[in-house]
Design a protein around this ligand. Structure first.
Ligand code: GDP
Length: 182
């Protein structure tokens, strides 16, 4: 089955987003304690695709050794997993483009891995500020390697925003896939 990977800095709101998408509050644990998701978790959705929860990156309090291990898992997954269709990179809408996120997207791009951006915690900003921060990311991406900006989604797990758009996007890709490729 096709897989869609979700990844981002710790505390970006990944667990909350996954809970919103999966609709079962107990599935991914949220906590005030960043860095808790440490392994690759698969959630089967609608019997036809997997949501893949990848470890968060860039959390300062994780030891160097753990960081290396995370990196190895993530790298292997992205480079070798045939079922992977698209990566969703989560970024907190409140922040300007962060080097670690930019680097990661550039790495995905240079390895030919399709990705989309999910902006999280949209309830925390007014629409003007949301537009400004989204634009900052897209402009920066255009300035680096790409001629086209990736698809993006604006979400809020606490206000339950962006779920339909995201799930529709995934379903649309699923329908265009050739089952023999997976
Ligand atoms: P993870 O470490 O990326 O899995 O992040 P979590 O889902 O555990 O969320 C980290 C913190 O951000 C928690 O305190 C959440 O309650 C909060 N949070 C997550 N999503 C949202 C959101 O959409 N809006 C708001 N206001 N807070 C959020």
């Amino acid at each position: 089955l096709p897989e869609y990977a979700f990844i981002g800095r710790s505390n970006v709101g990944k667990s909350s987003l996954i809970n919103m998408l999966v609709d079962r509050k107990s599935l991914a644990k949220t906590s005030g304690r960043p860095g808790k998701t440490q392994l690759i978790n698969h959630f089967k959705i609608n019997k036809n695709w997997f949501l893949v929860d990848l470890p968060g990156y860039g959390y300062a309090r994780v030891s160097k050794k753990d960081k290396k291990t995370f990196q190895k898992y993530i790298t292997e997954y992205f480079l070798k997993r045939k079922q992977l269709v698209c990566a969703f990179v989560l970024v907190d809408i409140r922040h300007e483009p962060q080097p670690i996120d930019m680097e990661f997207m550039e790495w995905l791009g240079s390895n030919g891995i399709p990705f989309a951006i999910i902006f999280t915690k949209a309830d925390k900003l007014k629409s003007g500020a949301i537009e400004k921060n989204v634009k900052a990311y897209l402009t920066k991406l255009l300035a680096s390697v790409w001629e086209e900006t990736p698809p993006y989604f604006i979400t809020s797990s606490s206000k339950h925003l962006g779920k339909e758009a995201l799930l529709n996007y995934i379903e649309e890709i699923n329908q265009s896939l050739n089952p023999n490729d997976l």
